[in-house]
Design a protein around this ligand. Structure first.
Ligand SMILES: [Zn+2]
Ligand SMILES: [Zn+2]
Length: 94
């Protein structure tokens, strides 16, 4: 048997780990729940303001549920790691 295995120490580490993660207020907004928008006419959508690039015709974009602004999926995913608001109108997501 492993007498050197310190269960108390392991429990202490895991508990402090939980406290640490709950202190960081990460909204954890997932773009998976956002509606996908098929880009048929890129000029109608204008630019993705996150990367300031245009949408590719025939690609998929993601639409904010709160305000219907549209972004590249990867862009809005990255944006929401650090924000919980729309890059254009600042409305709160969720
Ligand atoms: Zn983009
Ligand atoms: Zn918006």
């Amino acid at each position: 048997m492993e007498d050197s295995f310190d269960l108390d120490l392991v429990l202490e580490i895991s508990v402090s780990g939980v406290e640490l993660s709950s202190e960081i207020r990460a909204p954890e907004i997932s773009v998976a729940g956002f509606q996908g928008v098929a880009v048929h006419n890129p000029s109608l959508l204008g630019l993705c303001v996150v990367c300031m690039d245009k949408f590719e015709e025939g690609s998929m974009a993601k639409q904010m549920p709160s305000c219907s602004h549209v972004y590249h999926e990867s862009c809005i995913h990255m944006w929401l790691q650090h924000h919980n608001s729309c890059p254009i109108c600042q409305c709160q997501v969720l």
